[in-house]
Design a protein around this ligand. Structure first.
Ligand SMILES: [Zn+2]
Length: 546
């Protein structure tokens, strides 16, 4: 689960204690084994794209094979590979030579993180800075002037200098700082700000001292420097059970987790790099999905086909499930409904209550859930088809969804989410419940889809206002891509649509979700402002009333 869920609806039925039969005991053993392995130190927290994720994916694919599911990931068998944008890095082949000295990339020089590609061979001098040539700018004086200024922002300063240089005809800029005072300029691989006005790179103080000794003479500079996107390669694991039926039921669970917390999604921010084992989140759902695959393969009821999907990169923003629905390996219009299990391993033994989300996505859910005769837990229903996990991606394609979840706990997104805290009997009850619900459907029937309200998330609750948009957390370009808009909220009322990219709110640039959140915090209820949005390649401005 990638973000915390709030707001729940009504309660239903009461729990009845039950004895376990031999088959149930066997399943319990498998669940323990699988969760034990997936959340072991060996898999190092299954971070998407890391070796631990590949080990987990291989383990799941082996299970699918053992069950007899056919590979449905595409050309790569059970695996459906996809790439995740991981920021950017300096292109390896970049080069910078000054007066015959080859500078060392990263150590002696680096491009500004938002620079356009740099390519020139010219004679330049800090004292001349002529039209049509690259300029050399020493920032030491500006740094000195602003040393007491609490509002001074070094990247704004560089951008302003670039704009001025451009206005005066510079073709590129070489920045350096001749004073030993720390300026905190570095290459930020996560930078998403708008492209710089001119190609620009920075020469570190150490290199400047060696090479640019005299500002009154000229230097022969040959520079060919560029920035390339950095990607991580992840994979979903997809297995198909073909019962020659018309419709297919998708049963999914994400199998990735946080690794050591490198992506900034850990709840522990003490600087320690500890493995986040993710036993509940989501070895529990993954293992339950595997056991359901065994049960559905053995089931006498063959009314539907089944597609079992272990999603990766859920923790980064539902990347795996988004990739799947955009690149489906079966026709999406043949999907009857999708069942998602995320964090199903912590059923509380005294309250015996679970949450089922997506209840409002089909009027048929009520009958189907009521058809389950053996009730072993109470259910809290949440109608919304959206939420902090992979069912959201299917809901957005107008597919009815159900989301099984046993609740948040103190170990959520911490290294202490371990296998010894899992309630395996609780997992078994959920597996049996889903099995009975599927088998209880009397005839082949395609569920009716209904739209629901958008799930509100706790992130918006910290602010006094919100726009009523669901940001696309997997979007890596400049701006905030809108995944969905809520009815009767400022964004919708203003005319903003899903797919729009919000670039600015009032005077604040919104280059990422983080800067968008910061911008929102500047407004209060009743405030009026404008927002600048890209729709395709068209720039639009909307009036917003909070
Ligand atoms: Zn999670």
């Amino acid at each position: 689960m990638y973000r915390i869920l709030v707001s729940l609806l009504f309660l239903s039925h009461c729990a009845i204690a039950q004895k376990l039969n031999k088959n149930d005991k066997q399943i319990l053993g498998y669940l323990q084994q699988q969760v034990g392995y997936l959340s072991s130190e060996e898999l190092k927290g299954r971070r998407a794209g890391d070796p631990g994720e590949i080990l987990a994916a291989t383990f799941i694919a082996d299970k699918f094979k053992e069950i007899g599911l056919s590979p449905r990931g595409g050309a790569d068998g059970y695996f459906q590979p996809f790439s995740i944008n991981d920021g950017k890095s300096i292109a390896k082949e970049s080069r910078c030579v000054i007066n015959g000295f080859t500078l060392e990339q990263g150590k002696d020089y680096f491009p500004l993180s938002n620079s356009t590609p740099i390519s020139f061979n010219a004679e330049c001098s800090p004292s001349l800075n002529e039209k049509g040539l690259p300029w050399m700018i020493d920032i030491s004086e500006t740094m000195e002037e602003n040393k007491e200024n609490p509002h001074f922002d070094v990247s704004n300063m560089l951008n302003e200098k670039l704009q001025k240089a451009k206005d005066k005809g510079a073709s590129a800029v070489v920045f350096y700082n001749s004073s030993p005072k720390e300026d905190k300029i570095f290459f930020d691989g996560k930078d998403r700000s708008e492209k710089s006005a001119l190609p620009a790179f920075y020469i570190t103080h150490a290199a400047q001292k060696r090479i640019i000794k005299d500002p009154s003479v000229s230097y022969q500079i040959e520079a060919s420097i560029s920035i390339t996107p950095k990607v991580r390669n992840a994979r979903n694991v997809v297995g198909y059970l073909d019962n020659k039926a018309q419709y297919t039921i998708v049963i999914g669970a994400h199998f990735d987790h946080l690794g050591y917390g490198e992506d900034g999604n850990s709840m522990i921010r003490n600087g320690n790099m500890d493995i986040h084992n993710g036993a509940d989140d989501n070895a529990s759902g993954t293992s339950s999905m595997i056991e359901l695959a065994f049960l559905m393969k053995a089931s006498k009821v063959k009314r539907y086909n089944f597609l079992f999907i272990a999603f990766s990169a859920e923790e980064l923003g539902l990347n795996g499930s988004k990739y799947f629905v955009e690149n489906p390996t079966i026709p999406l219009n043949s999907v009857n409904y999708m069942i998602n299990m995320d964090m199903v391993g912590r059923m509380n033994d005294s309250s015996k209550t679970i949450t089922i989300g997506g209840y409002g996505t089909s009027p048929n859910w009520k009958t189907m859930i009521e058809s389950v005769k053996k009730k072993t837990f109470s259910i809290r229903f949440d109608s919304s088809g959206t939420g902090p996990s992979d069912h959201t991606s299917f809901y957005r394609k107008d597919i009815p969804v159900l989301f099984f979840f046993t609740g948040l706990h103190a170990d959520y997104h911490k290294p202490s989410d371990d296998a010894d805290k899992i309630n395996y009997t609780g997992m078994l009850h959920i597996i049996r419940f889903i099995q009975q619900m599927i088998e209880g459907q009397k005839e082949e029937q395609k569920l009716v889809f209904t739209k629901t309200r958008e799930q509100q998330t706790t992130t918006t609750a910290r602010f006094s206002v919100s726009m009523g948009i669901m940001p696309d957390y997997s979007f890596s370009g400049n701006g905030v891509r809108v995944d969905g808009v809520s009815d009767n909220r400022p964004a919708k009322l203003a005319g903003i649509l899903a797919g729009d990219i919000v670039k600015q709110l009032g005077e604040h640039k919104t280059s990422s979700v983080e800067s968008y959140m910061q911008a929102l915090s500047k407004f209060k209820k009743g405030d009026k402002t404008t927002t600048r949005v890209m729709r395709g390649d068209k720039e639009m401005t909307f009036e917003i009333v909070f």
